[in-house]
Design a protein around this ligand. Structure first.
Ligand code: NDP
Length: 383
């Protein structure tokens, strides 16, 4: 029995993880669950899975959750600091970080410091402070197991391979709803169109990131830290069917790919069960349903966010933190119809030029960078 806490239990990843857990009785015990403001779903999950602790980040919702769970032994806490308490809860083996955005940084650090292995969905944490997180994980002997399907694919391809045998990796990208479109088309797209991902059903933020290719940019940075690679060793290839989830090219020229249907249940369950593989009844891939698998070069000129992410990765320091914070602000602004699709890249680039560069940032530098970038980007989107 593995003891698991889920931060961001009410989101797309969180709810799928709980389904995986419910579908495998006797394998996992849920110890802590957290949400931001979705009190109703958090209460429902708490009553179903009976964790020791639930945390609602939005303090205004505390009384609602507390009252609903008053007849149980479940402890209820509220606020951001309580997320760190959930992350470091005694007796927990694995923390699934499924919060969206850089707000996941503090709880992830708390979990690592408490010696918990991490099933990492919250890619923004590695984008913001990958050096700090990976060195902290090393110091505390903590494993970081990726949940992102592309990184899970690379992770699975690397099992049993010698260290330093990777020449390069290819992260596959579906291309999102606007694959093949040009700038004049993108100028007029709406949030409703951007939220229609062809292959994956996900939370709103990552869906917009997928449409703008910022998701792939964030994944390139995430891959750098997870697999200790240089920017030139990470390539992106557009593969509209999302069957090959990513590939590794080894230094003898041999390549390994991990493939399957586009279904997040697979990488979620792999991360929860690692190093085991658990039998399941998820739908199987059938070759005859996919007589063709296609691959295209990613268009970094039209989808500028991907190029900006590579630039940030090459510059290093706090630059990835800047693009992440700016991106969180512009995605929110786009979802609120305050800015157009292409303006998102303009604001991100303006932040990269404006916010002070720090070559070797401390945690405080990262937190300051995140805050200053948000303030500057917010001014630009309200102009
Ligand atoms: P969702 O938006 O669906 O869920 C986000 C979760 O985080 C919810 O539980 C939400 O609570 C909680 N949350 C949001 N803001 C805060 C906050 N300020 N404080 C505490 N909790 C907060 O996101 P996804 O599940 O789609 O994505 C989660 C992470 O996983 C992201 O980093 C994403 O990039 C990554 N990921 C997601 C994939 C997917 O298929 N969805 C695939 C690969 C990676 P509430 O519901 O109460 O608002």
């Amino acid at each position: 029995m593995k003891n698991i806490s889920i931060l961001g239990a009410t989101g797309s990843i969180g709810t799928q993880a709980l389904k995986v857990i419910a579908g495998n009785p006797g394998l996992y015990k849920v110890c802590a669950l957290s949400a931001n403001g979705n009190a109703d779903l958090l209460i429902e999950q708490a009553l179903a899975f009976k964790p020791m602790l639930v945390v609602i980040a939005d303090e205004d919702k505390y009384q609602t959750v507390k009252a609903a769970l008053s007849g149980t032994d479940i402890k209820v806490l509220a606020g951001e600091a309580a997320l760190c308490e959930a992350a470091g809860l005694d007796g927990v083996d694995l923390v699934l970080t499924a919060i969206v955005g850089s707000v996941g940084l503090g709880p992830t650090i708390a979990a690592i410091k408490a010696g918990k292995d991490i099933a990492l969905a919250n890619k923004e944490t590695l984008v913001v402070a990958g050096d700090l997180i990976t060195s902290l994980a090393k110091a505390h002997g903590v494993k970081i197991i990726p949940v992102d399907s592309e990184h899970s694919a690379i992770f699975q391809c690397l099992v049993g391979e010698p260290a330093n045998s990777v020449e390069k990796i290819y992260l596959t990208a579906s291309g999102g709803p606007f694959r093949g479109k040009d700038l004049s088309f993108l100028r007029g797209v709406t949030k409703t169109e951007a939220l229609k991902h062809p292959n994956w059903v996900m939370g709103a933020k990552i869906t917009i990131d997928s449409a703008s290719l910022m998701n792939k940019g964030l994944e390139v940075i995430e891959a750098k830290w997870l697999f200790d690679l240089e920017a030139d060793q990470i390539d992106v290839i557009v593969h509209p069917q999302s069957i090959i989830h990513s590939l590794v090219q080894f230094n003898d020229g041999s390549m390994k790919a991990q493939m399957g249907l586009p279904d997040m249940n697979l990488p979620i369950h792999y991360a929860l069960a690692y190093p085991d593989r658990i039998t399941n009844d998820f739908k199987r891939f059938n070759f005859v349903d996919y007589p063709e698998l296609n691959f295209y070069k990613a268009d970094r000129k039209t989808f500028r966010n991907l190029e900006l992410a590579y630039t940030a990765l090459r510059q290093g320091g706090n630059m990835p933190c800047i693009i992440n914070a700016a991106n969180e602000v512009v995605v929110e602004a786009f979802l609120q119809d305050k800015i157009g699709f292409l303006q998102m890249s303009d604001v991100i680039e303006a932040c990269m030029e404006e916010i002070g560069f720090v070559e070797k940032p401390s945690l405080n530098n990262y937190l300051e960078t995140d805050l200053h970038t948000r303030i500057f980007a917010s001014q630009l989107v309200t102009k």
